[in-house]
Design a protein around this ligand. Structure first.
Ligand code: GLN
Length: 246
């Protein structure tokens, strides 16, 4: 008898674990798709994932009584993962854009980003106007990629799978500038000698969480948690932990 009960418990536990795996968004596991090469929003710290988005996601999961699971994938695979139900939320310093809103819903904004320009310390490039005709490195499928192609022509833009690869290309002279979000830009410049971030900001944006179009329930829940985190100061506390005031 005891064995039977144990077997039943195991079957139920297994079924519970399975339903939590991507999709349902209620109880069980909250699957977060991200690209952990984007400090201070998401990065690998030793054996763990760390950063603003990871902590925001953990707070949302805690609030919803769910376990957080992180899927670290290419940035341009995040929206497809949400659309196919492989992940519940896309949290990746992702800018809310009308183009992306054709494929996914976005939560309320939880942070702002600015597209910035990184150049070598001795570069003549001093403003977005100077990007005309030079080679620009970007991270593939990001808003920086899209804006630069629109503004300076696809022939002048080289897309890399990760921001760090674009930085490497800048250091070795394959590109003359890198356009990327301002906080990662600062982190990359801190970690690499001889580079600087231009004071001229390029484009301002809102970061939000991507959720499947057919998962209105999760969207409402996530918006509820974001609202609460804004009101109780816990969102600001996370931002302040990773972004030091100048
Ligand atoms: N904010 C930019 C975008 O959404 C870059 C995000 C990223 O590279 N993780 O396209």
């Amino acid at each position: 008898m005891k064995k039977k009960i144990l077997a039943l418990i195991m079957v139920l536990a297994f079924a519970f674990a399975m339903t939590g795996c991507g999709g349902s968004g209620s109880g069980g596991t909250l699957v977060m798709a991200t690209n952990a090469t984007f400090p201070p929003y998401e990065y690998v710290d030793g054996e763990d994932y760390a950063g603003i988005d990871v902590e925001v996601a953990q707070a949302i999961a805690d609030e919803l009584g769910m376990e957080l699971e992180i899927q670290d994938i290419d940035f341009n695979s995040i929206i497809p993962a949400i659309e196919s139900g492989k992940a519940d939320v896309g949290i990746a310093g992702m800018t809310k854009t009308p183009e992306r809103e054709k494929n996914v819903n976005f939560s309320e904004s939880y942070a702002t980003g600015i597209q910035s320009i990184i150049v070598k310390e001795d570069s003549d490039i001093a403003s977005p106007d100077d990007l005309e005709g030079v080679k620009i490195g970007v991270q593939e499928s990001t808003t920086g990629h899209i804006y630069c192609e629109d503004d300076y022509g696809a022939d002048n833009v080289i897309a890399y799978t990760a921001g760090a690869n674009a930085i490497e290309a800048l250091k070795t002279g394959k590109v003359d500038a890198v356009v990327i979000d301002n906080q990662p830009a600062k982190e990359f410049v801190k970690a690499n000698e001889g580079l600087k971030v231009l004071d001229t900001d390029y484009v301002e944006e809102e970061y939000a969480i991507a959720i499947a179009k057919d998962n209105e329930e999760l969207l409402e829940k996530v918006n509820g948690v974001i609202k609460q985190m804004k009101e109780d100061g816990s969102l600001q506390a996370i931002l302040d932990k990773y972004i030091k005031a100048e």
